[in-house]
Design a protein around this ligand. Structure first.
Ligand code: C2E
Ligand code: CA
Ligand code: CA
Length: 756
């Protein structure tokens, strides 16, 4: 050591050492101060950075996208929590690691493995996001798809540019898209095989896609229909049926709508279809396309049209019914100029009831169908033909030259009816009474009903003035019909009030001029109109119930007359129409009245016309046989006017005949009447029938008939029909003297003639 000191001068060494020491101390202080100062700055900066960082982290973690920052040296400088979660790695472990050493395998969208550097796009800027697959959490094969986008940004710390990678987990979206694709496929499949027609239609209402059912409905093929404007298939009349609703749908005023319209198939046939239309919109709400379900409703339509037709038509003849007729008439009357162009024809068959009674309803129906055909032909498209009741028809005529058309049609009806209709073995010629009414101020004052009733009034006039003819309405006719319908209404009450009474016309044995019986003839003792004869009211009885009620009331009256009348031996013959028979009630009434009044059954006689006697209706037959078997004689009224061969009489349950007065009227001047009377008398006697001649007004007739073998007679010569009370009190002179001294013989007369 001495040697070193020896080499230095002592004071200089000391100063140098001191300066050095001071310098070192100052340096030490400086360095201490400097490092203190630097630490202070750094602490501030660190705090500042911590603050920035927590704000940055907050931003990063609240962002949907994950963020990754990779340095130029490929080290992970930053990884947001979201990124760590998307990649399923530990953030703390990852930061600072070279990207290649990150424990993560990535695949491209074809499932091929790729380097992470490539997967994250380090060092490049992507225009569009890329799809990268990373391991999923549901097993080895599970892949989660993430959308990655890289961007190179220059680094502010001059450490070279870094790559900022943003990433988003799209697994959910991708699944949704796949599901969409899947459901789209399923939808297409369902659509293809749906039994109901389906179509996807673009906003221009063009068919984008249709299914087989739709194509079949339209009689075409799927490929031919694709691209076709939907409206091109529409029936021209329904072309715009869906337009307004489509607009509402488009505008968002409705969600869907249904419409029924017609389409024309490729083969030209028309189909009815119910369209159910919905609008598919984009996510943003803008309309995309329509989905249309199309159901073939042709059958339903046909069915409902059929039902509507049925409700408006007569099932028997297919003609319009009363409801439709009134609609049609109302309609045509509302049109301008109706008065010159519209008219109504009322048609009512003459004697149709008789035909029905005689041949049965099935034959009656045949005849109605036949008549319907004649009316249709006669109308020849100039109007609507309707059947509004049993044998009542109406034609509403609409023609520019209406009055000419009306007469032509009426003429054609009568002409057409001349062609006979085959009913069983018979050729029957039908006749009709026709009434015409033109629309004018008076006839249409009450609308359709008043025009109809005008035609009706004319028709009634035709009927009452000889039938088988045409009458044209004039206002005076109304009063008659009005009066008639009022009368028909009164009739119901009249029967109950016992205003319908029997008058009795004597029947005598011509040889002895003795009263042997009476024909009971009904009269209406009308409170305001006086005594009405049957012709004034019997034709008004259309209602079978009314007819039965009347018959019932009269049976009682006749029985009472027999029990309390002038004689205990004379008989009463009661007129019975076919519609009073057929339900056994009439026979029961007759027999019970006979029992109640303790009468001999032979004293109550029933008069029937041939129509009801030869009726094929087995119930009528049965009822008559029941009566005859009980001992009630049955007389054939209006004998000689019937149409069936006289040999029929042998098989009928008949005890006697009444010669029609038309033969009697001509006697003795009219040789034909005389001849027929003689022949019929001979025939009846041969058949063992009691013989009664009606309408004897002169002594000559009485003598002639007696000589021809007619045993009994009736007519004004011997007395008119009188009320029950009058019969007992004032016996006509001739009957007083000729009253039968041997009562039992009259019953015997019937027994002799037939009953045995
Ligand atoms: P009908 O059975 O042929 O009755 C005979 C009609 O000739 C009666 O007319 C009678 O008053 C009338 N008469 C009688 N004698 C003579 C005469 O000498 N000369 C002329 N020209 N006529 C004579 P009425 O009473 O008007 O009866 C008409 C028809 O009404 C009857 O014809 C009968 O078919 C029907 N009728 C009458 N009363 C009843 C009844 O109680 N029930 C039913 N169902 N029908 C009846
Ligand atoms: Ca009679
Ligand atoms: Ca008669």
């Amino acid at each position: 050591m001495g040697s070193v000191v020896d080499q230095l001068e002592q004071p200089a060494v000391a100063i140098t050492v001191t300066v050095l020491a001071l310098g070192l101390a100052a340096l030490a202080f400086y360095s201490f101060w400097r490092s203190y100062k630097a630490r202070k700055v750094r602490d501030t900066m660190l705090a500042r950075e911590r603050q920035l960082r927590s704000q940055f982290d907050a931003v990063l973690s609240s962002a949907r996208d994950g963020v990754l920052i990779i340095t130029q040296a490929d080290e992970i400088a930053l990884m947001s929590d979201v990124a760590a979660s998307i990649l399923d790695v530990n953030r703390a472990d990852a930061v600072g690691l070279p990207i290649a050493r990150l424990n993560l395998r990535a695949v491209d969208d074809q499932l091929r493995p790729i380097l992470l550097r490539e997967a994250f796009g380090i060092g490049r800027t992507d225009e569009n996001p890329r799809i990268v697959g990373v391991p999923g959490r549901r097993g080895a094969d599970d892949v989660r798809w993430i959308q990655v986008r890289a961007r190179v940004v220059p680094d502010s710390l001059d450490e070279g540019p870094v790559t900022v990678v943003t990433m988003m987990d799209t697994s959910g979206l991708r699944e949704a898209a796949e599901a969409l694709n899947r459901s789209d496929a399923q939808f297409r499949k369902a659509m293809e095989n749906a039994p109901v027609g389906m179509a996807l239609v673009d906003l221009e209402w063009r068919l984008m896609e249709v299914n087989r059912a739709f194509a079949e409905m339209m009689g075409s093929t799927v490929s031919a229909l694709r691209g076709t404007p939907f409206s091109a298939l529409s029936h021209p009349q329904d072309l715009h049926a869906e337009r307004d609703q489509l607009q509402r749908l488009y505008d968002g005023h409705s969600n869907r709508f249904s419409v029924e319209k017609r389409y024309v198939r490729a083969d030209g046939n028309v189909v009815w279809a119910v369209l159910d239309v919905g609008l598919v919109r984009y996510a943003g709400g803008a309309p995309d396309h329509y989905v249309v379900q199309v159901r073939d409703s042709t059958d339903d339509r046909m069915h409902s049209e059929l039902m509507a037709h049925r409700a408006m038509h007569d099932p028997l003849t297919g003609l319009a019914n009363r409801t439709l007729l009134q609609d049609v008439l109302q309609n045509v009357l509302e049109q301008p100029d109706a008065e010159a162009r519209v008219g109504v024809i009322a048609v009512d068959l003459d004697g149709f009831k008789g035909l029905n009674d005689r041949f049965g309803h099935a034959m009656g129906d045949n005849a109605l169908v036949h008549v319907a055909g004649i009316l249709r032909t006669a109308a020849a498209g100039r109007g609507t033909v309707a059947r509004i009741g049993g044998d009542e028809f109406v034609i509403v005529v609409q023609d520019p030259d209406c009055s000419k058309a009306l007469f032509e049609i009426a003429g054609a009806i009568h002409q057409g009816l001349k062609r006979p209709v085959q009913v069983k073995r018979h050729q029957i010629t039908l006749h009709a009474s026709v009434g015409i009414a033109m629309a004018d101020e008076e006839t249409t004052s009450g609308g359709a009903p008043s025009l109809l009733s005008a035609a009706d009034a004319a028709m009634y006039r035709a009927k009452s003035t000889g039938k088988s003819r045409t009458e044209v309405y004039e206002p005076s006719m109304r009063t008659t019909t009005d009066a008639q319908s009022a009368l028909a209404q009164d009739l119901v009450a009249a029967i109950e009030a016992r205003q319908l009474v029997l008058h009795y016309q004597p029947i005598l044995e011509l040889a002895t001029r003795t009263i042997v019986g009476y024909e009971a003839l009904v009269r209406w003792q009308h409170p305001t109109r006086g005594l009405l004869l049957p012709s004034a009211f019997l034709p008004l009885i259309e209602d079978k119930n009314l007819s039965v009620a009347l018959g019932t009331a009269l049976v009682d009256q006749a029985a009472e007359f027999l029990a309390h009348g002038p004689s205990t031996t004379t008989w009463v013959s009661l007129n019975v129409s076919a519609d009073q028979l057929g339900d056994s009630e009439f026979a029961d009434r007759v027999l019970s009245a006979i029992g109640r009044y303790h009468l001999s059954p032979q004293r109550l006689v029933v008069e029937l016309t041939e129509a009801s006697l030869v009726a094929p209706n087995t119930r009528i037959r049965h009822e008559l046989t029941e009566l005859r078997n009980a001992g009630v004689p049955i007389l054939l009224d209006d004998f000689g006017t019937g149409v069936s061969p006289l040999s029929y009489l042998r098989d009928l349950p008949v005890s006697g005949v009444k010669l029609d007065m038309s033969f009697v009227a001509g006697i003795p001047e009219d040789p034909a009447g005389a001849r027929v009377s003689r022949a019929l008398g001979a025939l009846a006697r041969e058949l063992g029938l009691a013989t009664i001649a009606e309408g004897i007004e002169t002594e000559a007739q009485a003598e002639f008939l007696a000589n021809c073998g007619w045993r009994y007679g009736q007519g004004w010569l011997f007395g008119v029909a009188q009320p029950a009370g009058a019969v007992g009190e004032s016996r006509p002179q001739f009957t007083t003297s000729l009253i039968d001294p041997r009562p039992q013989e009259h019953d015997a007369a019937f027994a002799e003639d037939r009953l045995g």
